[in-house]
Design a protein around this ligand. Structure first.
Ligand code: HPA
Ligand code: ZN
Length: 341
């Protein structure tokens, strides 16, 4: 089963590029930029990565992102993630980035987007991985600040497909960003948002009704409301589920109690993702492997999850079909050969 998962063609749809900053790369970039970090060794960093809730994590995540200053830093961060994608047979990645984490400390929007998008271009050419960028607003900041970020992004519109909403959920409901989301849609960005990670099902309702999102990041707490579940299914919205993140942030107490299988049985379209792999103990394949073991998922289930990852990506239909064919070929071949995975 492990080899079946490792070789499975898949897409990652919920990934914060700042959350892929591994301690070793953080040290390297900090040294290069002469920036002090409050850790002496990789072991010390790993010890610090113990969280009780989302906010515990965010405090450390924003602090670590301070080492990122130059275009080269953003390039290396992104290319490093995409090299890991190649190893894991991630064929397509939809990458979130948080411009405000950087522009608020004087790093220009141009530096961030240019470094990230150059890495994406090189990954397409050298690693044959396709990417899409999602610009995410920090929800603990004001709507006015999100408007400023939207304006900053306009010269680079061709490089960005969608917008997202992340950071501290409770107390910052989706409706706070109603106007800026309407403006984003006017500009042609596809609306997405984190909802129902720590926030209640009400936040998910707002995200779909007020912001009109096309995909739900996390969405765990949607299960609290039967009518909401029905509505999500009716609108054919997918949930980007992040099992190891849910454990690390105490959204779920134990992988054995993770609602992923229940979601699938209810008819919800779900995908498996790593969220912030450098912080939550594993990349996308580890997320697949651990949740498969905990919930006794079958190969068929795993195949369905990978299928969803392409089906509910933001790729155009021709590209979706290309990857779905690749996946189907892989699945039928492993079955025909009856390989003992
Ligand atoms: N939730 C909210 N904000 C985030 C996350 C998350 O899981 N990861 C990075 N920013
Ligand atoms: Zn996330």
């Amino acid at each position: 089963m492990q080899a079946f998962i490792e070789n499975l063609p898949k897409a990652e749809l919920h990934l914060h590029i700042e959350g892929s900053l591994e301690p070793s790369l953080m040290f390297k970039i900090a040294r290069r930029n002469n920036i002090n970090i409050p850790y002496k060794s990789v072991e010390e960093v790993e010890k610090a990565y113990q969280f009780n809730c989302l906010q515990d994590f965010l405090d450390i995540y924003y602090q670590s992102a301070h080492v990122l200053v130059t275009q080269q830093d953003f390039y290396e961060l992104t290319y490093h993630y995409l090299q890991n994608c190649a190893i894991q047979n991630v064929r397509h990645a939809e990458i979130m980035f948080d411009p405000q984490t950087h522009t608020n400390r004087g790093v220009s929007f141009e530096t961030v987007i240019t470094g990230i998008s150059k890495a994406c271009k090189d990954a397409q050419e050298k690693l044959n991985i396709s990417t899409i960028l999602i610009m995410s607003f920090l929800r603990h900041l004001s709507e006015e600040e999100a408007f400023k970020t939207l304006n900053d992004s306009l010269p680079y519109k061709a490089k960005i497909t969608a917008v997202g909403l992340d950071s501290s959920e409770i107390g910052n409901p989706p409706s706070k960003f109603k106007n800026v989301y309407a403006a984003c849609v006017e500009e042609g960005y596809i609306p997405m948002a984190h909802a129902g990670e720590e926030g209640s099902s009400e936040y998910v309702w707002e995200a779909i009704d007020v912001l009109g999102i096309k995909r739900i990041d996390h969405g765990n707490n949607a299960l609290q409301d039967k009518n909401l579940i029905k509505e999500i299914i009716n609108r054919d919205l997918a949930l980007t589920v992040c099992p190891l993140s849910n454990i690390a942030l105490n959204v779920v107490d134990d992988l054995k109690n993770h609602p992923l299988k229940k979601m699938m049985e209810l008819g919800l379209k779900v995908t498996i993702n790593s969220d912030d792999p450098a912080y939550f103990g594993g990349n996308i394949n580890k997320n697949y492997i651990e949740i498969q073991k905990a919930l006794q998922l079958t190969k068929e289930d795993i195949y369905q999850l990978a299928k969803n990852s392409f089906q509910y990506s933001l790729l155009d239909n021709a590209k979706k079909q290309y990857f779905l064919n690749e996946l189907e070929k892989y699945y039928t071949q492993t079955k025909e050969k009856q390989l003992e995975f």
